[in-house]
Design a protein around this ligand. Structure first.
Ligand SMILES: *Cc1c(COP(=O)(O)O)cnc(C)c1O
Length: 533
């Protein structure tokens, strides 16, 4: 081998050439800033046609600029979620404290599987998880948890603990032909179905309980279904309560669910199923748990202040959960992946544990703390802990409270303006969250009346199809007419989560995760609807 060439290769790609690295980071930063300054810049069109036809790999070793050039077409002109006009979904711009944390992590690249490979990064994970757990469970004794690659996987952990809880040894023996079921609401995230499928209980064994109009699981139906399931000798492994549904921000009554599962399990002589809370979206409301409403130290607007006490009440319900999923990469505006799975009591992780015997190359792993002994993953990125710790402490509790309150304020502003238009109907008026779901019908119609007829079961299938098509058509019309420099990009869902008579209801949707979205932008949404004709 040509040693000189080899040496050059190693120097270029493995030694710290600070000036080259900083120069390229600066170029990328400038490119990102240039994009942000052009809010109406059309995105680059995709080129899937030849994506597979030309999977080239350069022959000769190059330099760091080649690395830049290799990815730049996919970086530039593609995704501008920084734009305050992007309101489609539960995705905002990542905050820059998170960026600093993430960069620090990338420079060290720890592997969170065991202490040996991560050293203080594992310790950081424990610290961050505890900070989050105190926020979520409102100061508890013995929480533990782990960062995962997303809400789906965090929900997976919760469900798996449930199976081991009610069917001890399933990890080794499998389900042994038993009918194992999980329960969630029918406004819950589709990841619950993914999890049921991948766990092997089967998507058909995920029982979806209808919600009421405020997108909250109906406790009367839960009670009745549980009773039936136990009578049929089904093994009920877990119940997933949703804290903030993805479209409409519905919140399940966690305390109420706790009391039902305990009393039904007792009545039928069964082990109480795992109560997992999917708070992927809604967890950030817990920043408000200790906000002093009477002093209102951060001068929240009256409309926001009025909802804080019911939010606090809902947040206190989280104490009743066995485990939670939180996605910091949603309302925490952190970098992907920064989802966390947290258990209320550390001892519950025993349901997932392996022995050192099962993990031969971690023979020195310490079962008291090394995640490799219970995690689904082996190698695990440190981005979550770094991004979250940097974000939590740089922005501070009051900073977070302001960010959350502003999201609520923008959502309320839109709800209240839409509520004044007769042909519009706000669908999630009763939820306190960062998103708005609504209908726009043709002018002249009374949207509230149509909705009430729908709920009362007075609309025929054809009438429904006509109204639903009208809602979609008007959405598409606005989309075509919109001025990208001032009209927000809105989302559309084919089912916002409430299913009266089993009917899926479509809705327009706006999510206020971007702190740069202004009052004027909200008002402009309403004007653009009024202009639809
Ligand atoms: C987004 C979301 C998930 C899935 O989380 P990912 O991080 O995208 O995997 C699960 N549950 C809810 C309620 C969500 O909104």
């Amino acid at each position: 081998m040509d040693r000189e060439k080899y040496q050059q290769l190693v120097e270029t790609f493995f030694q710290w050439d600070q000036s080259s690295i900083i120069a390229i980071v600066q170029e990328l930063l400038s490119a990102a800033a240039a994009e942000d300054s052009q809010p109406a810049m059309p995105v680059m069109s995709q080129n899937y046609e030849t994506a597979q036809a030309n999977p080239e790999i350069h022959l000769l070793p190059g330099n760091l600029k080649d690395a830049r050039d290799a990815i730049f077409p996919y970086f530039w002109g593609t995704d501008s979620w920084n734009s305050p006009l992007h309101l489609e979904n539960v995705r905002g711009p990542a905050n820059h404290a998170s960026l600093i944390g993430a960069i620090a992590c990338l420079l060290k690249n720890p592997n969170l599987c065991t202490d040996r490979y991560s050293q203080r990064s594992n310790e950081l994970e424990v610290k961050v998880i505890t900070a989050l757990a105190n926020l979520i469970f409102y100061h508890i004794e013995d929480p533990w948890g782990i960062f995962t690659i997303g809400g789906t996987v965090s929900n997976f952990y919760g469900a798996k603990i449930g199976i081991e809880r009610v069917l001890p040894g399933a990890m080794q023996k499998g389900l042994c032909g038993r009918r194992v079921v999980g329960i969630c609401s029918d406004a819950s995230h589709y990841s619950n179905r993914t999890v049921a499928g991948w766990l092997g209980i089967g998507t058909e064994q995920l029982i979806e309980i209808p919600t009421d109009e405020s997108l909250s699981m109906r406790l009367d139906v839960l009670e009745q279904r549980l009773d039936e399931l136990y009578s049929q000798d089904a093994v009920v492994a877990y119940v997933v309560a949703t804290f903030g549904t993805t479209d409409g921000f519905g919140i399940d009554d966690v305390k109420g669910i706790r009391s039902i599962i305990e009393s039904l399990a007792r009545r039928h002589g069964k082990i109480v199923p795992q109560l997992h809370v999917d708070a992927a979206v809604g967890w950030a409301l817990t920043f408000l748990t200790e906000y002093e409403i009477s002093d209102n130290p951060l001068s929240f607007e009256p409309a926001v202040l009025n909802t804080v006490s019911s939010i606090q009440n809902a947040c206190l319900g989280l104490k009743a959960a066995d485990s939670v999923t939180i996605d910091f990469h949603k309302m925490g505006r952190g970098h992907y992946p920064s989802s966390a799975f947290i258990v209320n009591r550390r001892e519950d992780l025993r349901y997932l544990s392996r022995s050192v015997f099962d993990t031969p190359y971690f023979s020195d792993a310490d079962p008291r703390r090394d995640p490799a002994l219970f995690s689904l993953e082996c190698s695990r990125p440190g981005l979550g802990p770094y991004s979250v710790m940097a974000s939590l402490n740089a922005i501070g509790l009051n900073g977070w409270r302001m960010l959350v309150a502003r999201s609520l304020e923008l959502a309320m502003r839109l709800k209240s303006a839409l509520g004044k238009l007769e042909y519009c109907r706000v669908l999630n008026d009763k939820t306190s969250g960062a998103s708005v779901n609504w209908w726009v019908l043709a002018k002249g119609r009374n949207a509230d009346q149509v909705f009430e007829q729908l709920v009362a079961g007075e609309l025929s299938a054809e009438q429904r199809a006509r109204y639903f098509a009208e809602i979609r058509r008007l959405f598409d019309k606005r989309d075509k007419m919109k001025d990208p420099t001032k009209d927000a990009r809105l989302g559309f869902t084919t089912s916002y989560g409430y299913h009266p008579h089993g009917i899926s209801i479509p809705a327009w949707k706006a999510v206020f995760f971007n702190p740069m979205t202004s009052d004027e932008m909200v008002d402009q949404i309403v004007s653009s609807i009024e202009d639809l004709g």
